[in-house]
Each structure stands twice: as C-alpha cells, then as structure tokens.
Design a protein around this ligand. Structure first.
Ligand SMILES: N[C@@H](CCC(=O)N[C@@H](CS)C(=O)NCC(=O)O)C(=O)O
Length: 221
C-alpha cells in the first residue's frame, strides 16, 4: 500500500497520523504544503481544504480520526478495543481531544490578556474532565498505546511548549492527566512526530497570529 500524508508542518491533526505511522512502523511519505498558499492540486483533492489528507494508492482520505481508524485497521495489531461500546467510547474521546485542541488554540492565539485568561480557564475545565475516564483505565489497552493516546499527544505537546514560551500559559491539570501527558511526551513516536525545529515554528506561528502570550505584551520569552 502506497501512503502519502499531506501535512502542514505544525498541524496537530496531522501529527496524530504521524504518531500512529511511527508507532506501527508503517512506510509512508510526507508532503508539506503551505496552508496560507495551498497548491491547486490540494484544493482539488481536499473537500474541506484542511490537512491531514492521506493518499492511499492515489485514493483520498480526510479527517484525522478517520485516518487513525483506517491505519489501525489496515496494519495489525489493532490498537482499538474489541468491545464495541468501548471502541465507541474511544472514538468519542478522540472527538473530545479535537475540541481540546481547539480550546488550546483559542488560548494560544488570544490577542489580549482578558481573552487569554478566560480561554485558559476554559481549557483547564475541559482538561479536568479527562480525569475520571483516565483513572478508570478507559484509555488503556494491552498494547500500552491507544488511538486516544495518538489523538491527544499533540495537545499535550502544545501545552508543554506554550508554557515554556510563557509561564503564564502553564495550564493546570489534575495529577492523572499531567502524568499521562508526561508519559506520552516521553514516547519516541511522539517525540519524532514533529520536525526538529517544531518549537521555533510553533512560536513563529503564534507570533504571526498576534498571540498575547507570545507576541511580547504578555511578556513571553
Ligand atoms: N477535523 C479536522 C481538522 C483539521 C484541521 O483543522 N486542520 C487545519 C490545520 S491544523 C487546516 O487544515 N486548516 C486549514 C483551513 O481551515 O482552511 C481533522 O480532524 O482532520
């Protein structure tokens, strides 16, 4: 199977697929595009105009959660629960992780202090909701890595770097969630899922969005 992943270098939704491709050691190619000036061929192929796009033997697949499930089902051993309810619960929490990514993006790109503080509090409330399913072991499986892990790790990476840029962005997380983040950020597949200069690229992106936390006014470094 020939796999080409169309990517934007700092996109967290693309990163999910890269993590899984690396976990499963699946051969693939990555093509980076500039979302500010997307090539015509991409706009023709992508119905949403968004990345990730996975080209499978020339056929087009989009939506990160669908790509994760496809890769998992096509390349054993499967990481999704066999039990249908539990499998559906994993899918539901992957959607929740997408909402968390949007909440973190809203905080990171807020252009004034009041909005940044408000968005940070909303993100903290949303993160706290992970505690219960996490403590109940809902996301764990025999393989020691699930699709929920792949879907949420990009969020933890951005939370980590934003707090490095500016201490005021240090997001409070319940202990089990902080531990989960720590474990995932140590994982080779996660560390190797971004370019070596990811932190610089992420910061430059936030500065370009006039982020209060990164553009100077919020005294980010
Ligand atoms: N629901 C989509 C979200 C993907 C997404 O928002 N990608 C962003 C980059 S991180 C994008 O392509 N944005 C371009 C646009 O909205 O025009 C998924 O999970 O794949």
């Amino acid at each position: 199977m020939n796999l080409k992943l169309v990517s934007f270098a700092i996109c967290p939704f693309v990163q999910r697929s890269v993590i899984l491709l690396r976990e499963k050691q699946i051969d693939h190619e990555i093509e980076y595009i500039d979302l500010n000036d997307p090539p015509e061929w991409f706009l023709q192929l992508s119905p949403t105009g968004k990345v990730p796009l996975l080209l499978v033997d020339g056929a087009t697949l989009f939506e990160s959660s669908v790509i994760l499930a496809f890769l998992d089902e096509s390349f054993p051993p499967g990481l999704q629960p066999a039990d249908t309810l539990r499998r559906a619960q994993h899918r539901a929490w992957i959607e929740y992780a997408s909402a968390l990514l949007m909440a973190q993006h809203a905080m990171a790109t807020a252009s004034d202090e009041e909005t940044a503080v408000e968005k940070k509090q909303l993100l903290e409330e949303d993160l706290a909701r992970l505690s219960e399913p996490l403590s109940e072991g809902l996301f764990t499986n025999q393989a020691g890595f699930s699709l929920v892990d792949a879907a949420i790790a990009p969020l933890f990476m951005r939370i980590h770097y934003l707090a490095e840029f500016n201490q005021q962005a240090d997001v409070k997380m319940p202990e089990p969630v902080r531990d989960w983040s720590g474990r995932l950020l140590q994982r080779a597949s996660v560390q190797q899922s971004v370019l070596a200069d990811f932190a610089d690229r992420y910061k430059a992106f936030l500065v370009s969005k006039n982020s209060w936390l990164c553009a100077g006014d919020g005294s980010g470094n």
